[in-house]
Design a protein around this ligand. Structure first.
Ligand code: ADP
Ligand code: ASP
Ligand code: MG
Length: 829
């Protein structure tokens, strides 16, 4: 070997070489790596090994279609050759395919005739995909000007077949590689994954998914500094992404953790891959062919990883298709060697035991075995304990099929208190019952036997409990009026920033109008959702809406109520009870019956939040300010303010030149009022806000306690349509004009305000303020709030700014969402 520059071995899985473009991509990735000699182990093109084995199966059952299927496979490769290579370089590859095609047809004909295929035949046929793949990549590299060579691993890699799978003959293989190297000095060597030969030269394989193993074997043979396993995900993920879409890539993991995860079914890496790497201390790196910018996951010895930050639980996995053998009997108590006897009996009938768990009472032993071995295992147990059963010392040997083993794996579990508690409470919360529990003696894993039908739910639930708890918030948005729409737009625009900067993942899983809803794992194109409701939505069902938001695999959920509905507000209590937080600009709950309000606020002591900053002053920090004052021990004696953006506008622009009713009409035309302006002029909206503020001050008033002086005159009462109302309102214009003139003569202005003090006296009315007062200098739809407190006794603390409009209101709601995320992550105040 070259002693100055170490080799790096790269292994590309089937998905990384699925077609001509992918081979090109592989070549580009290799060239982009730091300079140095490269071994390149390749799998067969995606699904080719399956297809080859299927040919054998068809021929065996005399299904004539094996021939056209073989032809299709050859054509797929021939087409890839044509798409990948320049015309001059194609002929040799086509010749290879033709020759191999004839050989395969002969072998398969033998299978067809004999209606059977030996294991040797299957091994031979299965390996062709890798032979073709390696030759195609090598030809492509050479056509691009590379001095590449390829190795048929069957000529170098020698393995002894054995019970525990093929065992590498290291010295023989090293010798053969050295001989090959002396004849082939190339420094970019393409190697067939998966295939090998026996000492007699019979072609064999490293068994399904064995190319990863090939990668680390050749890493060892080339004394590589690193083995890079290129696949189609960003690294070793915290769980199988097909079952846990929210899984995240793990930065670093020890060999032990990777072995354990692979043993428990994490398909990303073949379990035996670690062996050669561990023996020589070669780090493995898992990287994504489709996202090479991601640094991937490194797998190395715990010593080498040193202080690299790692989670206590590196990952989760499941093995499905498990049966439980349950041996129960009082006769086992205190009798030594019972488990050993059982193991011995199972070994004899070649049953592999995935997990064993013995209750500390020793009253029962529970074994998890592959479902296919279940009956055999039960019979072996019955035989082994024949005498005890006859004597009644062992009462039963039950076989329970349809189970799964769920495992959490991590080196840090042993030193982190509470891991088991988190694991089991996550399962309990998801309503998954546990049949048996085992903790490996290394304390590197906790496993539980659960019903197969629960396995995905269980996996997602434990995953959420450990990996996601601080980062993912499931969101439901009810109401797609102006505010709901603006909120969806803001969420869409900010989500990437929040994810990037704060690691916060806001996942909108349901959106509903008053009649329809759309649900999904994580809705995208949020601003387009309201428009899609009518075409893609389903009829609204609030129960189903809630269930979608309250997904058991996500740790936290919130419903954002952007309606003005009392009926929706009536549901908050049950949502909070179910653990769903509530954020809203809807005033109905905050100003609703006191008992209900108290219950909602009381949920806070149970860690459920009810947030409603946007109910008063839209996006202005009104409630937050008030809360800060109260919590820091200030005594709020009075809050006075212009609380209605609509009426602020009306009185800010009305200078007497136009009649009052005209100004209201104009505000309505500009969209500043409710569709029916009486909703604003009645003063009830201001009164509700005042109730919310009072309660925040600690004065528990009801809406009925507010003295409301509305702006609907006697002449306009009983009007029909809004238009009719505006016409009748004109009947009061003269009186209003006179009032304004009189006030102005005294250098004062009119403002429609709400005032509440610490005694609970609350009043909404049209008041006069001197021209130099802060309330006299408002613009457009400004709100203003003046807080008089023990600390701000001389001059009140004032908050002023636009207090209406969909954008600022949605901004206030969004702010609450972020506050909530901060709280649940334990970072907020
Ligand atoms: P290749 O063809 O590259 O060998 P595989 O399909 O054998 O790829 O393995 C990669 C796949 O393993 C991923 O696409 C993913 O779906 C699956 N997988 C299962 N568990 C995990 C895990 N814990 N981390 C990453 N991938 C996993
Ligand atoms: N092609 C082989 C298989 O599909 C080996 C591998 O890709 O790892 O099993
Ligand atoms: Mg694989």
């Amino acid at each position: 070997m070259d002693s100055t520059t170490r080799w790096v071995v790269h292994k590309f899985g089937g998905t990384s070489v699925a077609g001509a473009d992918r081979y090109r991509g592989v070549a580009a990735l290799l060239r982009a790596e730091p300079p140095g000699p490269q071994g390149v182990v390749v799998s067969a093109m995606s699904k080719v090994t399956d297809a080859l084995l299927d040919l054998v199966a068809r021929a065996r059952r005399r299904d004539e279609s094996y021939l056209p299927a073989l032809q299709a496979l050859l054509t797929r490769h021939g087409d890839t050759v044509d798409a990948l290579l320049p015309p001059a370089a194609r002929a040799p590859l086509h010749a290879v395919l033709e020759r191999d095609g004839r050989d395969l047809a002969d072998v398969l004909r033998g299978v067809w005739l004999g209606r059977s295929a030996s294991e040797l035949t299957e091994e031979l046929v299965a390996g062709y995909g890798e032979l073709w793949s390696a030759q195609m990549l090598c030809a492509h590299l050479r056509a691009e000007g590379d001095d590449a060579a390829w190795i048929d691993a069957r000529e170098v890699l020698v393995v002894h077949p054995g019970d525990g799978g093929p065992a590498v003959d290291w010295s023989e293989s090293a010798e053969r590689l050295a001989a090959w190297r002396s004849a082939n000095p190339a420094t970019r060597v393409v190697i067939t994954g998966f295939v090998a030969a026996t000492p007699e030269g019979v072609p064999t394989t490293l068994k399904r998914n064995g190319s990863d193993f090939s990668g680390s074997i050749f890493g060892a043979l080339f004394e590589a500094s690193e083995v890079v396993i290129w696949t189609d995900v960003d690294g070793v993920l915290s769980a199988d992404p097909r079952r846990v879409p929210e899984a995240v890539a793990v930065d670093a993991m020890s060999y032990d953790e990777a072995c354990e995860l692979a043993y428990f079914g994490a398909k990303v890496i073949h379990p035996r891959t670690m062996e050669p790497a561990v023996a020589r201390g070669i780090p493995l790196r898992i990287r994504n062919t489709f996202n090479p910018a991601h640094r991937g996951s490194v797998i190395a010895s715990a010593e080498r990883l040193g202080d690299t930050p790692r989670r206590p639980v590196a990952g989760f996995s499941t093995i499905d298709g498990i049966s439980l053998v349950n041996v129960e009997g009082t006769g086992m108590i205190g009798v030594p060697g019972v488990a050993q006897r059982l193991f011995g009996a199972l070994r004899e009938v070649v049953v592999s035991v995935v997990l064993i768990s013995q209750a500390s009472s020793e009253h029962s032993i529970c074994l998890a075995v592959p479902e296919a071995h279940g009956a055999r295992a039960r019979e072996a147990a019955l035989r082994a304990f024949g005498p005890e059963i006859a004597q009644g010392a062992i009462q039963s040997v039950h076989l329970i099929p349809g189970q799964s083993v769920l495992a959490a794996v991590g080196d840090g579990m042993a030193h982190t208190p509470g891991v088991a508690a988190t694991f089991f409470s996550a399962l309990a919360k998801a309503g998954v019952s546990v049949r048996a529990i085992a903790q490996g003696s290394s304390e590197r894993n906790i496993s539980a036997v659960i019903e197969r039908t629960d396995s995905t739910r269980a996996l997602r639930a434990v995953h959420a409990g450990f990996v996601l708890s601080e980062r993912v918030l499931s969101v439901g948005v009810l109401g797609v009026g102006a505010v709901g729409r603006a909120l969806l737009q803001q969420l869409e625009a900010q989500a990437p920033v929040l994810r990037e900067r704060l690691g916060l993942d806001l996942r909108v899983r349901a959106v509903a109008s008053s009649s329809r809803m759309i649900r999904g794992e994580a809705l995208t194109d949020l601003s387009g959702v309201p428009a899609r409701l009518s075409t893609q939505g389903e009829p609204l069902d609030l129960g189903a809406f809630e269930a979608q938001v309250r997904a058991s695999h996500l740790p936290h959920a919130v419903i954002v109520d952007c309606t003005a509905s009392d009926e929706v507000a009536a549901r908050y209590a049950s949502w909070l009870d179910a653990g769903v937080h509530v954020v809203t600009p809807n005033k109905r709950a905050g100003a609703g019956p006191l008992a209900r309000y108290r219950a909602l606020r009381g949920a806070e002591s149970r860690g459920r939040h009810f947030l409603y900053e946007a109910t008063v002053g839209a996006g202005l920090p009104v409630i937050a300010t008030l809360r800060d004052l109260v919590r820091t021990g200030d005594r709020v004696t009075r809050v006075e303010g212009v609380l209605s953006g609509t009426l602020s506008y009306v009185f800010n622009v009305w200078d007497g030149a136009r009649p009052f009713s005209e100004v209201v009409r104009d505000a309505r035309a500009k969209g500043y009022t409710e569709p029916d302006p009486r909703d604003d002029l009645s003063g009830m909206d201001v009164a509700r806000k005042l109730v919310i503020l009072a309660r925040e001050m600690g004065v528990e008033i009801e809406l009925g306690d507010v003295e409301v002086q509305g702006l609907i005159p006697e002449v306009a009462r009983g009007a029909g349509s809004p238009e009719d109302f505006l016409t009748r309102l004109a009947g009061d214009d003269a009186r209003m004009a006179a009032r304004l003139a009189e006030v102005r003569a005294r250098s004062k202005v009119l403002r429609y305000v709400g005032v509440v003090d610490h005694t609970g006296a609350a009043r909404v009315h049209l008041a006069e303020y001197p021209a130099e007062h802060a309330f006299a200098r408002l613009g457009a739809t400004d709100n203003i709030f003046a807080f008089t407190t023990a600390r701000y006794a001389e001059r009140p603390l004032v908050v002023q700014g636009p207090g209406a409009g969909p954008e600022v209101t949605a901004g206030g709601v969004f702010g609450d969402l972020l506050r909530l995320a901060g709280w649940i992550a334990g970072r907020g105040v």
